[in-house]
Structure formats: C-alpha cells, structure tokens
Design a protein around this ligand. Structure first.
Ligand SMILES: NC(=O)c1ccc[n+]([C@@H]2O[C@H](COP(=O)([O-])OP(=O)(O)OC[C@H]3O[C@@H](n4cnc5c(N)ncnc54)[C@H](O)[C@@H]3O)[C@@H](O)[C@H]2O)c1
Length: 488
C-alpha cells in the first residue's frame, strides 16, 4: 500500500493552515482489502523492506510495542488496564501524585476497575504509573485521556490537551502513534496534535508519525458495556494513521469501527452525546408542560414505551450531569459558530436541562408552602449527590446546583450519598455526607431524592421522611406509593 499522505502532504510546513483543515481531503482506502494480519508483519521478508508504519504495526501485533496512557481517570485507567490485560507493557502518566501512588500500590480509584483486577497487572510489571512525562520516552503508542471541561463562559477549555501536548511534543520520536481520546470539537486532532508534531518536530504525519482520534464511550457504572465490549470508533489523520491505530485498538477491545478521518471520529462522539442531551431536554420540557396540564408524565412515558418501534424512552429528572452530556454538545456548537452556524437544538437543550434544578426548587417551595412554611429556615435533606445512580462522580451534578440554590434561599441543607461522600462548596468548604440510618430523616421538613442509588433503603426512607420529592420516580418504580411522596 502506498501512503496517501505522500500525495496529499497535508502537513508540509508551507501549506498547513489549521483554519483550512476542513478542506483537507483524504483518498478513501478499502480497509477490508488491506492485509495487516500479524503473520504478514512478523515475517523476516517484510522486516527487510518495511516502512515505518508497517514496522510499528508489526510491533503492535507481536505485543512488543510499549504503550503510554496520559490521564488516568474514569477513561484513562480502564483503557490502561485493558491494554495491559491484552499483553502490552503500559506506562500511565498522571499529574496527580496521589492517583499515581495509588495505582502503583495496585489500588484502583475508579469504580469500574476493581483493585483485584488492577493489582496483578501492577505486580507483573505490565502497568506502572508516573507523574513524569519522561516515562513515555520509550513508548511506541500514546493515548491521551485528559479532561476537556468548559470555561466559565461555557466555551471549550482545551488547556489540558494543550498542556499534555506541550509536555509530550519534545519526547515524540519518529515511528510513534499518538491517539487522542478526550472528547473535543472536530479538528482538534489535526490542529492541536498533528500540526504541532509537524511544525515543532518536523515529523510527517502518516509517514513517520501516526495520529488518530478515538473517542472513549465508557458509561461509568455500566457492567455490560465497558471499555472492552463497547465498539471503538477510530479515525486517523491519514489512512495510514488509521491502520496503525486500528492495529492497536483491535488488539485491545472487542470491535473497532473505522471512520474516514479524525474529524469524523470527533464528530461521532459529539452526535452521540448531543442526541442524549436533546432527547433528555425534550422529555424534561414534556415534564414542565405536563406539570402545568396536571398530567402524569411518568405514566405517559411508560405507555409510549409499549410501542415496539419508533419510540425510545428517555426520562425527565433534576438536570443532567457528568463530564459528557452537559459539556460535549457545547464543544460542537462552539466549533459550528466559527463557521457562522448556530446549533439551535444544542442551545435549547442546554437551556432546558440547565434550568431543571430551578424547577426542583419551585416544587420544593410548593411542598413547603402547603404546610405554610417558607424555604428560608426549612430543613432539607438531599438524597444522592452524584450525577447518576450507583457512581461517585460529582462533576456537573444537578444535586450541587440544587444544594447551592437552596442555601441561597436560606434553607438548612444536608445531603446523604453512600458513593459520593463529600464535595467542595462554592465557598471552598468541604461538605460531608450526613448519616440517615438512625431516624435522622424524620427531623427534616422535606427530603428530595436527586439520585436514585440502588443502595438506598427506599421502604425505610418512605417510612421515616415526613415529605418526599422524588426526582427519579424511584419510589413508584418500587411500588412504594404514599400521599407524602410526590414525583417531580
Ligand atoms: N467520564 C466519562 O464518563 C467519560 C466518558 C467518555 C469520554 N470522556 C472524556 O474523556 C476525557 C477524560 O475524562 P475523564 O472522565 O477520564 O477525566 P478524569 O478527570 O477522571 O481524569 C483525567 C485525569 O487526567 C489527569 N490529568 C490532567 N491533566 C493532565 C496532564 N496534562 N497530564 C497528565 N495527566 C493529566 C488528571 O489528574 C486526571 O486524573 C474527557 O475528554 C471526557 O470528556 C469521559
């Protein structure tokens, strides 16, 4: 196979301009017809005349390749564990010393990875962690899994990616593969990774260095669909980049779905999460509408779900959270604005979902009002502070906003969460989870169930609490019905 980049030269010093990246075109390769089977790359014949990408694929297939993972959080640690479990020697880099120390002791800090799974990999020397980027000097492949949050004005904050590349770029050698996994706007892999390797190191992407994007689709807490079992989307900056990255990921996860470019792969992830954000917003708007019309939205959704085709249930709630759904669509709408395109669905969904905590406050105020109590001075217990059930992740959690709004109204607020046991308030105070196992719920004017963790004892809560606002229909789902339990 000839390397298409030799013809296109998208990263030649004189021609590359990030703002023109949309115009780059790649010749399509029929991946089904390319022979990159392990036997081909292990033969002595091939080694004598191998090009750099073939050499790297050979190393990957023989499991001689060393792999680096930058950022060992919810995404990076499971990926590093899968790579090590597949037989690669993995070096993980994280700037957080406590994360590195724990991993090197074989202790997992991520719910989806058990210590029993991590420990043997560390003991066998297949997985090690460091805060030093120098630890990546010997690796052949690097996957970057650093955070991509928003700025205060809700624009993409790509500083973590930039910082990782700043530290990595001087260490990159010819013949390496770099895969960006952090969710980001289309064009990032070309503009922030590939272009810099060329501009700062004179490397030719697709010829002597390989760059791809592969979004992580992990769903924390989901035991069926994991890093290994969820199909992996992959798109290289050039077709050769795709082939090299495909060789690595196909050896680690159950299936890889290749797309035509890194920008397509970046957009796949944004479509998936925008789809969720928009559908949740639609059903949240239905909730607000049905509330005014005095119609039970939960019964409506349950009935609509009996349709065997053309309907997919989404459920209303107190708002959306986590590091993906509330943020990722805004990466796309930001990028779209740079070409004068305004994504109305994304803006609308962000508005509706972002205002759900205020609706929760209004419902709580109504409940208290019926008992002639103001929010000010009332005692409110929030059950579940993590952004979704059975996880400890507090990022962007609507519970935090509900807590903040209640405090701003002068309520006395406590929370209980068996998974996320503390959080830092806006004033930088550490707020600890309050106990509820000794009849304490009876001392609160109202209890609001924000996150329906399975470990909560719903029968006991229903018995002890005087008034409950259930934002997840969790009591109804368990057939627990009473006059003092009100759904959102
Ligand atoms: N959490 C999810 O459910 C999920 C799912 C799919 C995709 N993603 C995406 O994956 C990316 C990572 O998210 P996450 O949830 O794993 O984040 P995380 O905060 O759990 O982990 C990121 C880790 O990177 C480390 N880090 C930050 N800057 C670094 C640097 N310059 N060098 C080395 N380490 C650095 C942090 O210390 C942290 O341990 C994000 O782009 C996110 O959108 C997340």
């Amino acid at each position: 196979m000839t390397d298409q980049t030799k013809k296109n030269k998208p990263y030649s010093r004189s021609r590359y301009n990030p703002s023109q990246s949309a115009k780059l075109s790649y010749q399509k390769v029929d991946y089904q017809k390319v022979d990159y089977s392990p036997s081909r790359y292990e033969s002595a014949d091939y080694l004598s005349g191998a090009t750099m990408y073939e050499e790297l694929i050979g190393k990957i297939n023989r499991k001689d390749a060393q792999v680096g993972v930058i950022g060992l959080g919810y995404v990076g640690l499971p990926l590093a564990v899968e790579m090590a479990s597949s037989g690669y020697r993995v070096v993980g880099v994280d700037l957080d010393q406590s994360v590195v120390d724990r991993i090197n002791r074989g202790q997992s800090h991520i719910g989806d990875i058990s210590t029993e799974r991590l420990q043997p990999l560390v003991e066998q020397g297949l997985l090690s962690a460091t805060t030093e980027y120098q630890g990546l000097s010997e690796v052949d492949c690097v996957s970057i899994c650093v955070p991509t949050p928003l700025t205060k004005t809700k624009d993409p904050n790509i500083s973590y990616i930039t910082e990782a590349i700043d530290r990595l770029v001087g260490l990159i050698k010819a013949g390496q593969l770099i895969v960006l996994e952090s969710t980001t706007y289309p064009g990032t892999t070309e503009e922030l990774v590939a272009a810099r390797l060329h501009a700062e190191r004179g490397l030719k992407v697709g010829e002597n260095v390989f760059v791809a994007f592969s979004p992580e689709r992990v769903d924390p807490g989901n035991t069926q669909w994991t890093t290994k079992t969820t199909p992996k989307i992959l798109g290289g900056v050039t077709p050769t980049c795709t082939l090299v990255a495909q060789a690595l990921y196909a050896a680690v996860v159950d299936s890889v779905h290749v797309v035509g470019s890194a920008r397509e792969a970046e957009t796949v992830k944004l479509l998936e999460n925008t789809f969720r954000a928009v559908n949740i917003a639609l059903v949240n708007e239905f909730l607000l509408m049905c509330d005014r019309l005095d119609i039970d939205i939960w019964h409506v959704i349950e009935a609509a779900s009996t349709k065997p085709f053309g309907f997919m249930p989404f459920f209303p709630g107190p708002g959306i959270g986590g590091h993906c759904i509330p943020l990722d669509p805004l990466y796309l709408s930001w990028r779209a604005k740079t070409v004068d395109f305004y994504s109305r669905f994304i803006e609308l969904a962000t508005d509706i979902n972002g205002n759900m905590p205020r609706f929760v406050i209004a419902k709580l105020a109504n409940l208290l009002n019926e008992r002639e109590k103001p929010l000010k001075g009332s005692r409110v217990m929030i059950l579940g502070m993590a952004y979704k059930k059975n996880v400890d992740d507090l990022r962007e959690s609507p519970g935090l906003e509900i807590y903040r709004l209640l405090r701003a109204k002068g309520a006395w607020v406590e929370f209980n969460d068996p998974h996320a046991t503390q959080f830092t308030s806006m004033l930088d105070n550490i707020i600890e989870s309050s106990p509820i196992d000794d009849g304490q719920l009876g001392t609160f004017d109202v209890v609001v169930l924000v996150t329906d963790h399975d470990v909560f004892d719903y029968e006991k809560i229903a018995q002890e609490a005087g008034s409950i606002l259930d934002c997840r229909a969790a009591f109804e789902r368990r057939q627990i019905r009473a006059d003092h339990i009100v759904r959102l």
